[in-house]
Structure formats: C-alpha cells, structure tokens
Design a protein around this ligand. Structure first.
Ligand code: C5P
Length: 242
C-alpha cells in the first residue's frame, strides 16, 4: 500500500444521499475532518455532479462512482466529459473494451480510473446464472490482471480480496475497499465487512465508508476515529516490517 497518502486522504466518505441539500449539509458538518468524498449514482441522478466542482474548489478530492460500461465510443466520450469536472477517481467495469475506452477518455487529465472487478453482491451462482464459466474468485483474479495490463490505476474490491489481489497485481495499483465498518458500527446490508485497521493491515490504500459516518449522531467524531485507526494501523504495519 502507498504510504504517501495521508491517513485523512485514505478515508473516502460515500455521499449516498437523496438530495444535494442533504449532501451539502453533511459536507458542511464534516468540515476539515474529511478530505475525500464519493459521489455515486443516487446523488448523481439528484444533481450531484454540480457538487463535484464545488468540492474540488474547496480543496476536497472526489471519487465519481458511476461504474461505466457501454460501447467503447460512448465510454470514451462520457469519460472525457467527466474528466473536465476535476475529480480524482472514476469507476469503470473491468471489461477490457470499457477499460481501454475509458483510458483514452482520461488522456491528458488528472482523473484516475478504478476498475470494478465483480460486484460484491454476486456469488458463484449469480455468475453462472449470468452466463459466466468462472467462480467469483477466478473472475476477480482474471479481471484484476486484465486491469493492470490495460494500465488502469486501481481496483475497487471487497476488503477480503485485498491480500490475494495485492499478490496478483503488485504494489503499484491503488486498492480501494468499501464494506468497512468501525468496531461496533451497524453492519446494514454489507455482508463481507472489515474494520478500518484490518483493511489497512491487509494492504488497502483507500477505505470507502458511507452510513457509519453520514448516519452517525456525531459524524465528525466517527470520521476522526477512522482516520486515527488508519494512522495507527499503518504505524503497526511499519513496526512489524522492521
Ligand atoms: O454505507 P456503506 O459504508 O455501506 O457504503 C459503501 C459504499 O460503497 C456505497 O456507496 C456502495 O455503493 C459502495 N460499494 C459497495 N460495494 C461494492 C462497491 C461499492 O458497498 N462492491
């Protein structure tokens, strides 16, 4: 994992909220405690892309999670538009055509691409029903390697997959994991979860956390605790390596 990312920049708070007003309210409340936000489909379709430029103007980093997948011409042109917004990360499904097209679309911009290997809601039976001849584990491995070969910056994956995937793709790719729950937080609909400290110890570069922060009675305290957990997990990993 990359140690040149500050512990605060490791934490990406998912703004999964139904309106721009609610998203702006939580961003204002979180203030300096959060430096990196994720805007996904829900907020995008509620006008959320207008928030990207404002966040970037306020010195925040933004991850646009739109999981692009279409014919190459459409993916390339969509990516080129998104690259103008000033975000740091954009997701694309890890299909070779889509990854190649998205890479053409980000050329000349600061936007980096993260590939989604297999949605974590899929199990082996879901893949078979969708016509795939691979298990989840094998398809994640195949797509992780294809993403690396295509020149994609990083991957979005379940924290449980980090150790295996890191061994496959090496130290350079950014590994970004949702499914993070601080000890004692409500699990919600996430199935394969890990604490911030364990995900960092496994080798994750960024942790995506939504409801445990945005739904907390004291969101600043939760965000600060996660940043502190990230910092101490890194310190322990460093000490162990000595
Ligand atoms: O609220 P919570 O912490 O569960 O939010 C996790 C975020 O990460 C959500 O925005 C969700 O869409 C996203 N995500 C995920 N699992 C994936 C990919 C993305 O939970 N495999």
């Amino acid at each position: 994992m990359s140690e040149d990312i500050s512990p605060r920049d490791c934490l990406i708070v998912a703004l999964d909220l139904p309106s721009l007003a609610e998203a702006e309210a939580i961003v204002a409340r979180l203030g300096d405690s959060v430096s990196f936000y994720k805007i996904g489909m829900e907020l995008t379709y509620a006008g959320g892309l207008t928030l990207v430029e404002r966040l970037v103007g306020d010195g925040k980093k933004v991850f646009i999670d739109l999981k692009l997948h279409d014919i190459p011409n459409t993916v390339e042109r969509a990516t080129r538009q998104i690259a103008k917004l000033g975000a740091s990360f954009l997701t694309v499904h890890a299909y070779p055509q889509s990854m190649t097209a998205a890479l053409a679309g980000v050329a000349g911009s600061e936007l980096k691409l993260l590939a989604v290997t297999v949605m974590t809601s899929y199990d082996d039976a879901d893949l078979a029903a969708a016509g795939y001849a691979f298990s989840v584990k094998d398809l994640v491995a195949r797509r992780a390697v294809q993403a690396k070969e295509a020149g994609i910056h990083g991957l979005v994956l379940s924290p449980e997959e980090v150790v295996n995937v890191r061994a496959l793709v090496g130290p350079q790719m950014s590994l970004v994991t949702p499914g993070i729950r601080p000890a004692g937080a409500a699990v919600g609909d996430q199935k394969r979860i890990m604490t911030p400290a364990l995900a960092i110890a496994a080798g994750a570069d960024h942790l995506v956390v939504g409801r445990p922060v945005t739904g907390a009675a004291d969101p600043v305290a939760v965000a600060e605790q996660i940043v502190a957990d990230i910092a101490s997990a890194r310190q322990s990993s460093k000490t162990e390596r000595k």
